[in-house]
Design a protein around this ligand. Sequence first.
Ligand SMILES: NC(=O)c1ccc[n+]([C@@H]2O[C@H](COP(=O)([O-])OP(=O)(O)OC[C@H]3O[C@@H](n4cnc5c(N)ncnc54)[C@H](OP(=O)(O)O)[C@@H]3O)[C@@H](O)[C@H]2O)c1
Length: 336
Amino acid sequence: MTNNVNRQFLIAAHPKGMLKASDFQYHETEIPAPGEGEVLVRVLMVAVEPALRGIMVEDPNNPAGLKPGDVMSAIAAGEVVRSNNPAVAEGDRVQGLFGFSDYAVTHPEAFLFSKIPDGVPLEASLYVFDTSGLTAYLGMMEIGQPLAGEHVLVSAAAGAVGSLAVQMAKISGAKVVGIAGTDEKCQWLTDKLGLDGAINYRSEDVGSRIETLLPGGIDIYFDNVGGEILDAALGTLRMGSRVILCGRISEYANTGEPFEPTNAARLINNSLRMERLVLFNHTDRFDDWRTVMADWISEGRLQYTIDMLDGFENLPRGLIRLFTGENKGKQLIRIA
Ligand SMILES: NC(=O)c1ccc[n+]([C@@H]2O[C@H](COP(=O)([O-])OP(=O)(O)OC[C@H]3O[C@@H](n4cnc5c(N)ncnc54)[C@H](OP(=O)(O)O)[C@@H]3O)[C@@H](O)[C@H]2O)c1
């Protein structure tokens, strides 16, 4: 610690519509001192995900709701620089809910706190072995359960969860098509991740492109976006299909009426299962899933792509990029 300044980003305002830089406020305070049983962590890298907007909004039903003046929350990785707890040593690499902050005081029993195993890069720990990777695994492998030759469709396929989910479906032998927002992402999905096709939802008609690329309809739809893309996918479900409701990013900033799908009849007639993905109902399975994914990575069958921004000042921008579609793979921000 060369000086006693702890940089932070606070919530400046509850977001309304699209998240913007002015929803955050830069702040400096003193580096906190850990109390009895606590540890002080110097944060090195911060992970962002769309759900962070959800904890910023003003909503009485939002139990984790942050209010203006609170430090922005996020999962981050860092190094213990002072420890008053025998469970954690100075120099240990750890991750937890450290937020948009250079330093955080925490406790080894805190929610989501864990030591990062030796040999695991911070990037992998914050991505493939944390919520994004586990979400992809739960959705695709446990709920979807793709079979060889089945037709799988994934939206936000070039993002953190989607780019892992599509590869898991390919590992299972399925025919896989991804949906993304630029031609460059679509090309990356087919050329680098080996997908059988990709659809640019901004320039193409999603429903007719699904029919062309996956003739006869789809067996699994892994939904990261909701809205009109979900509706187009529902319209192509075939008998015995599974729909995984992972997220609704196209609707998060909607201040009007919620989107109502028009193709629900197809879902009722053809679908075996439509399930909302609730990751923390499955904590007892996380280590098993991490082991499978680690094997796939070491065998070269699963690649994980990091979109790294450098600089503390880029923390709000990193989160906003998820909503503008600028990220490819997992958005992380290296702050030290
Ligand atoms: N249920 C759970 O436990 C759980 C856990 C993690 C994530 N999720 C959800 O999974 C989804 C993906 O999360 P992630 O962390 O992997 O984020 P991400 O895919 O890395 O980033 C979000 C992506 O969504 C796309 N997008 C943004 N606005 C869109 C819109 N209006 N319409 C269509 N696509 C849009 C953008 O890509 P394009 O360029 O393709 O537009 C962007 O890159 C989110 O909905 C998130 O809330 C759920």
